[in-house]
Design a protein around this ligand. Structure first.
Ligand SMILES: Nc1ncnc2c1ncn2[C@@H]1O[C@H](COP(=O)(O)OP(=O)(O)OP(=O)(O)O)[C@@H](O)[C@H]1O
Ligand SMILES: [Mg+2]
Length: 464
């Protein structure tokens, strides 16, 4: 099903609201007019009945009634829907004015000594079902004879007027409603124009034009929040794209160096026939370069997997001191080659992914081994601090100048490129440490004194 536009939805909502309001207002107005009409009719009937009773009371005998018939009729004249009948006690009509010929009810007249009020009025129906409203009252002439005076009014013309009024009002309300809907639709469309402009601006943005920003322009205040949010999203996307682009450039650069080395040494070797030991040396250096390429690829793959939100940690309870001991043992060979000692201090327990924990600490330790002068000691330290477990790798050395510390954890960042571009360096070790810490909900920090101790600290949230 095609989705309804916002303008159509708002117009439909207005339509419902307006229909309800207009119908309610129309009904109220109709009811008010109807009531006013009935009140007016009732008042006229009561006043006529009282007037006729007074006229009758002024007569000396019933005989005079005929002579004053015109006066009597005049009091109800002016409208063919009115009727008047005066009957004597025997039921004989003395005065009879009923141009419409509707039935008149002479039963239960208001006694002569009782004042006629609106409550005495009754409603009955004519032969054609038309409602008739009227009252019968008893009148008395001076000689004491009684007559029954009936004053009545057919409500058919009143109903016709009301009907016309209702129809006219309904037509006008309908016209008002149509005008209101057309206007509201135009206004809504106009109000949504900035949104359409924003949508077409957004549609123009591609990966190549991520620097474009949406303009709030003349948009209403509500849309400014949306524009700001979309622009903030574009900032993040642009940042992300730039990082991916930088990463690709760095990766290409890092792979080009060992491949260039491979090709260069092989080309040189092929310029003439070599001895077996020379070929062996060449193959050895080839393998070293291949190792570097595969380490870079392996690290890049690890970072890509860690970036995936689906990455699942296999957390287990770790005795940190034991883990540090094991890592230290693993690096014992290289350490003694470089005449560096490794000591472990402290105890703590931690819930973490064992492989990732080892990987992070090993990366820090392999860095420390590279930058520690001979005869010095590297310290692996752990402690539980409040609700965190801290693991620190400390080594004496030249230290890291402050301006580099911020960027150390960026992918492919090295402080001293010439020195680090050796076969052992991929420039990804610390970014892997950062990823591992983010996966664990922790963080990594570095403190370094020039010509002093460099300390990398891992903060793990302690969930064990
Ligand atoms: N303990 C340290 N003392 C001095 N500098 C360090 C130390 N640890 C890291 N660095 C600096 O930080 C840079 C980045 O380290 P990182 O571990 O990310 O890369 P790498 O060691 O060069 O390569 P990889 O670890 O992938 O083999 C290093 O090149 C080095 O310049
Ligand atoms: Mg490293």
């Amino acid at each position: 099903m095609a989705r309804m536009s916002l303008a159509a939805r708002l117009t439909a909502t207005f339509l419902v609201i307006m229909t309800v309001c207009f119908v309610l207002v129309g009904l109220l107005l109709y009811r008010a007019a109807e009531q006013r009409g009935h009140e007016q009719d009732d008042t006229n009937l009561v006043l006529s009945a009282r007037h006729l009773r007074r006229l009758v009371a002024e007569l000396d005998s019933l005989g005079e009634l005929k002579a004053h018939q015109d006066r009597m009729v005049i009091s109800v004249l002016g409208d063919t829907s009115n009727a008047l009948r005066i009957v004597d006690d025997s039921g004989q009509a003395l005065v009879d004015y009923n141009p419409s010929g509707f039935p008149l009810d002479v039963r239960a007249p208001v006694p002569a000594d009782q004042r006629v009020v609106a409550d005495n009025l009754r409603t009955w129906r004519g032969d054609d079902g038309v409602p008739i409203r009227g009252v019968a009252v008893t009148g008395q002439v001076r000689d004491g004879a009684h007559v029954t005076i009936v004053v009545a009014r057919s409500l058919s013309d009143r109903e016709a007027v009301l009907h016309r009024y209702g129809r006219d009002m309904a037509l006008r309300l309908l016209a008002g409603m149509v005008a209101a809907i057309v206007l509201s639709h135009l206004l809504v469309r106009r109000a949504l124009r900035p949104l359409r402009a924003m949508a077409s601006d957004a549609a123009m943005i591609t990966a190549q034009s991520l620097q474009t920003r949406l303009s709030a322009g003349g948009a209403p205040a509500e849309l400014h929040a949306l524009t700001d949010a979309l622009n903030a999203m574009l900032d993040r996307l642009e940042g992300g794209f730039t990082r991916v682009w930088q990463f690709t450039v760095d990766l290409a650069h890092d792979l080009r160096t060992p491949i260039g080395n491979l090709r260069g040494t092989n080309e040189v070797a092929l310029t003439r026939t070599r001895t077996a030991p020379e070929y062996q040396a060449l193959l050895g250096s080839n393998i070293e370069e291949c190792d570097r390429v595969s380490r870079t690829i392996e690290n890049v793959l690890f970072l890509a997997r860690a970036d995936n939100p689906q990455f699942a940690l296999q957390c287990v309870s770790l005795d940190v001191a034991v883990e540090l001991e094991r890592i230290a043992e693993y690096f014992e060979g290289i350490a003694s080659e470089r005449q560096v000692a490794i000591q472990t201090l402290g105890t703590a327990h931690l819930s973490a992914d064992r492989d990732l924990f080892r990987r992070a600490v090993s990366n820090l330790l392999s860095n420390a081994l590279r930058y520690t002068p001979p005869m010095e000691t590297i310290t692996l330290r752990t402690a539980a601090v409040d609700d965190m477990v801290v693991v620190a790798v400390e080594n004496p050395g030249d230290g890291i100048p402050p301006e580099h510390r911020e960027k150390l954890f960026d992918r492919f960042y090295r402080v001293d490129r010439s020195r680090s571009d050796s076969a052992n360096s991929t420039g990804l070790g610390l970014s892997i440490v950062k990823s591992v810490m983010e996966l664990h909900g922790g963080r990594v920090a570095v403190e370094s004194e020039v010509q002093g101790v460099t300390r990398f600290v891992l903060w793990f949230p302690n969930r064990s």
